[in-house]
Design a protein around this ligand. Structure first.
Ligand SMILES: [Zn+2]
Length: 296
């Protein structure tokens, strides 16, 4: 992925090294089995968006026999990463700038809605969010209450070392997926879905959550299409890597890894095949309207 030439966004709120005033569950990864780590990562990655989903994630963690390893917040080891100029921070700031450039143009053009860029909070371990305590183990998430994306960049390391993913474009896809939730928020979709979820069964509410997640995948694809038009960001193999990432974190894969079988009714983020399909849909069309995951 070509990203060096972009500007850096000024919408980064760097809270690394601050300490979050809470506990981090399994943040260090020490002593956890690979299965538990996979579950934490995969659940975390897509559950962070909605506090109710986080609760669901915690339930699954308990079910998987995961031992919570508590450690105090704000451990000293984090300070080394606080430099303004570290490469991953620059990368995230540049990808964020590309999402700003693309959505500032595309959202008014395609939907007649002005794009208000969200803040992206970098933190380490734990921090406060408008949706409750953010913890590294949750993975990246978007909080509609304060309209901020929360990212502990150790997630990228975990993707690479423990989760079979990695690569610039796969990381960019993670950021773009969260920004996709912000786009949904700007379009009023999150509020509508929340309202609908309050009136249906748990199973039906999960089905709605899946559609929200798949739409965010598709919107990440819309971003990538348009960013590529503008900046030629894509290198050969990038899309395949992002798709492999999307596939690796589908709920069916995740559940099968955790307990040996999958339970479609409990999917909240979509199967591997569905995630791949919707990311590809956005990537092919570049059109927000192609991402109507509620239609079918
Ligand atoms: Zn999501």
């Amino acid at each position: 992925m070509e990203w060096e030439q972009s500007r850096e966004s000024t919408n980064i709120e760097d809270r690394r090294g601050e300490g979050g005033g809470g506990f981090s569950i399994g943040g260090g990864g020490g002593g956890l089995g690979i299965g538990a780590i996979l579950v934490i990562l995969a659940i975390g990655y897509f559950t962070g968006i909605d506090p109710r989903l986080l609760i669901g994630g915690a339930e699954i963690l308990t079910g998987a026999g995961h031992n919570s390893a508590y450690r105090p917040p704000a451990q000293t080891a984090q300070t080394e990463s606080v430099s303004q100029n570290d490469p991953m921070r620059r990368f995230v700031a540049k990808v964020l700038a590309q999402t700003e450039d693309v959505w500032t143009k595309v959202l008014p053009e395609q939907k007649g809605v002005r794009y208000v860029a969200p803040k992206l909070v970098l933190y380490s371990g734990a921090t406060r969010s408008g949706c409750g305590q953010a913890q590294a183990a949750m993975g990246p998430f978007y909080c509609p209450n304060d309209q901020k994306v929360y990212l502990d960049m150790s997630f990228f390391n975990d993707m690479r070392t423990k989760y079979g993913g990695g690569g610039d474009f796969a990381y960019a896809y993670v950021v773009a997926h969260e920004i996709g939730h912000h786009v949904q928020d700007q379009l009023g979709i999150l509020a509508k879905v929340d309202e609908a979820k309050a009136q249906v069964s748990r199973t039906q509410a999960n089905a709605l959550s899946v559609r929200v997640e798949l739409m965010a995948d598709c919107l990440a694809g819309v971003w990538a299409y348009n960013a590529n038009q503008e900046y030629r960001i894509l290198d050969p193999g990038d899309v395949e890597k992002a798709i492999a990432t999307a596939q690796a974190i589908g709920d069916d894969r995740l559940q099968t890894a955790a307990r040996g079988y999958s339970v479609p009714d409990s999917f909240t983020h979509g199967s591997s095949a569905a995630r791949q399909k919707w990311l590809q849909t956005g990537l092919n069309s570049g059109q927000i309207d192609s991402c109507n995951t509620f239609k079918q």
